[in-house]
Design a protein around this ligand. Structure first.
Ligand code: WTA
Length: 631
């Protein structure tokens, strides 16, 4: 199933468009099914109702674990690199991982979990996180992984939305020089979560925690009570595999739902092709399993292909900005898949951290999460790939389940800052504001997809209407991505960024409305408006305009109060980079905030603000401009 030449890519692409069912039916033959499908695809984008591999039965963990045991049981599945380089790394072979997943699956059962139950996972980047995820899949429970940087309130909202029965966490996590008290945060969250019956706690940082009688149990104790034999639950191809919450243009994150069969096929197929993974190679994705990239390209994609996946607990700059390069050298990493924000941050340290590091094992480089600027692209290419490793700039989303537009390593000719061409099975189209297709090359528009692919979301948890409204109603019969896009003279795609009210901060999706809601929860705040602005390292920074009439104490203290509130409500990742106190916001006569104007001011534009004549009070703009100059 691996594409090895551009000619083959063109042939496969053609086939995938002309006869998608045959194409995906053949790809799916490379996986292990308990029972075959009777229909490859049925769909309509209006409801939406999408089914892939209907009637088929499988368990994704048999594809990620059991099927490799006979041939590669002793091959490393996961290499764990701890936060602190002085601690030893851990290698789990496929046999060991299988054993531990089965054992922990039995722990889940022992604690009352069964097929269909939702389980929230809030853990550090340790092997047990991958084990917990796979153990849920083993018994057919639905995992909802929440990134370790989210606050108690965010976790509680997600647990309640999915009505989770169980929580899996750890005493704490390391993040560079910091420790994050995960269990404390969970304790705060669980005060407001009536559906949670049990909480399983892993010992990791050895910090004291409070264990609630009847609810909380230790991971280490539980595994002693069970054996490591656990038959995989038989799942329907369209049974739910996981929920992953992501931000949109409203204030409330939504639970994107992926199902077993299509997601598995898509994650596995795209992993194998995009990275041109070769047996025996070591693959390192620096994302966190709390995001979709970690789900698809640390856990399910690589393991389904019998790959060796490096799982890293730390951050790129701890204990020094050589950390990634030390890991590459130590584990002889062949593929490094990271984010532009990490590249830009490491670039800023110059070449010193690279001195004496042996990066010769690197064969393929990858980028994900946000547009990669040309400067970062060239640095990655020259300094890390030594001009010999193709860079795959992979465009995709939580909702798409896997990579959609990307070069195929060693096959597609790359171009700096272009995601290049759609993968087989993906039919992108550009449309204008009215949904009219923009044909030809050298054009820009809103990016939509006009035909289903196996990895696409099926619904948003508990609210199908929201799924329909968000993705399938903007333009008739199209999946709308929310991204703007350029198609150049060569037909290559370049993603230009979100066209909705979603920010991309260090590759993390954050809704402006979410941040506004959080700021507005501060007692002194009357109203706020949040926009993005270009940021050298983060890609986008968060700029908040805040009406705060009765300020007590000094301005800096008030800003800190607001940052504290945002950290409490969402998490530190959503903290504004800039806060400007204003007396009013530019609004239309109907009361709508003119974000266009605020965006320009945030970008430092003070003269060309466009038409302000429809504003209720144009004078407020002058005031904001003056204040912004002093920030
Ligand atoms: C952005 C991450 C440009 C885009 C996998 C998308 C990108 C959002 C790229 C999804 C890329 C992701 N080039 N932009 N290669 N990859 N994006 O759901 O705006 O966390 O809509 O999924 O990130 O973010 P999400």
């Amino acid at each position: 199933m691996q594409i090895t030449s551009f000619k083959q890519y063109e042939e496969d692409y053609k086939k995938s468009v002309e006869n998608p069912e045959q194409f995906w039916g053949e790809v799916a033959q490379n996986f292990q099914w308990r029972k075959p499908w009777f229909k490859v695809l049925s769909w309509n984008f209006n409801e939406p109702n999408i089914k892939w591999f209907e009637g088929a039965k499988l368990n994704i963990t048999e594809n990620c674990l059991d099927r490799h045991l006979a041939t590669s049981g002793d091959k490393p599945a996961i290499i764990w690199e701890p936060n602190n380089p002085e601690e030893e790394s851990v290698t789990l072979t496929y046999k060991m991982l299988h054993e531990r997943v089965c054992r922990f699956a039995n722990v889940l059962k022992r604690n009352g979990a069964k097929k269909g139950d939702r389980i929230c996972i809030y853990m550090p980047m340790v092997p047990e996180l991958a084990i917990a995820v796979l153990a849920c899949a083993r018994i057919g429970a639905v995992h909802s992984v929440v990134f370790g940087g989210f606050s108690a309130k965010s976790i509680a909202d997600r647990i309640n939305d999915a009505q989770c029965k169980l929580v899996i966490t750890a005493d704490g996590a390391y993040r560079g020089s910091k420790q994050i008290p995960l269990k404390d945060v969970i304790d705060d969250a669980l005060i407001g979560c009536p559906t949670v019956e049990k909480c399983i706690v892993l010992t990791h940082v050895r910090t004291p925690v409070s264990m609630l009688k009847g609810r909380d149990v230790w991971w280490e104790d539980e595994v002693k009570h069970v054996n490591d034999i656990c038959e995989a639950e038989e799942m329907d191809a369209e049974d739910m595999l996981f929920i992953l919450y992501t931000s949109g243009s409203t204030g409330k994150p939504k639970g994107v739902v992926h199902t077993c069969g299509g997601y598995m096929v898509y994650a596995g197929y795209t992993f194998s092709n995009v990275f041109n993974y070769q047996p025996g190679e070591v693959y390192f994705c620096t994302a966190d399993i709390g995001w979709i990239t970690g789900h698809s390209y640390i856990v399910y994609g690589p393991l389904s292909q019998g790959a060796t996946s490096v799982l890293f607990e730390g951050i790129p700059t701890y204990p020094s900005p050589s950390r990634f390069w030390d890991i590459v050298e130590k584990h002889k990493v062949n593929t490094l898949y990271t984010a532009p924000t990490a590249i830009r941050s490491l670039m800023s340290y110059g070449e010193e951290p690279l001195n004496g590091k042996d990066l010769s094992s690197i064969r393929v480089l990858g980028s994900v999460g946000e547009p990669i600027n040309e400067e970062a692209w060239h640095w990655f290419d020259e300094k890390i790939g030594h001009g010999k490793a193709p860079i795959v700039d992979t465009w995709w989303q939580t909702e798409t389940g896997g990579i959609m537009i990307s070069p195929i390593a060693t096959v597609t000719k790359t171009k700096p800052s272009f995601a290049t061409l759609p993968l087989p099975g993906i039919q992108p189209i550009l449309v204008d504001e009215n949904g009219k297709e923009i044909e030809g090359n050298g054009v820009m528009g809103n990016l939509c997809i006009k035909f289903p692919w196996p990895g696409m979301l099926r619904t948003t948890y508990g609210d199908h209407e929201r799924c329909k409204q968000t993705y399938f109603s903007t333009y008739e019969n199209l999946y709308f991505t929310g991204d703007g896009c350029l198609r150049d003279e060569d037909g290559y795609y370049r993603i230009t960024g979100r066209v909705d009210d979603v920010l991309n901060v260090s590759g993390h999706r954050i809704g402006t409305a979410e941040v506004e809601n959080a700021i507005n929860m501060h007692a002194g705040v009357v109203e706020s408006a949040v926009v993005g602005y270009p940021h050298d390292v983060k890609g986008q920074g968060i700029y908040a305009f805040v009406i705060y009439p009765e300020m007590h104490g000094d301005v800096e203290l008030s800003k800190k109060d607001i940052l504290q509130t945002v950290t409490r409500v969402i998490g530190a990742i959503a903290k504004p980079d800039k806060i400007l106190f204003v007396s009013g916001l530019p609004k239309t006569r109907s009361g709508k905030i003119m974000r266009r104007i605020l965006r320009k001011i945030a970008e430092g534009e003070t003269t060309n603000l466009g038409d302000t004549s429809t504003l209720l009070d144009p004078a407020v703009v002058e005031e904001i401009i003056e204040a912004s100059k002093k920030l």
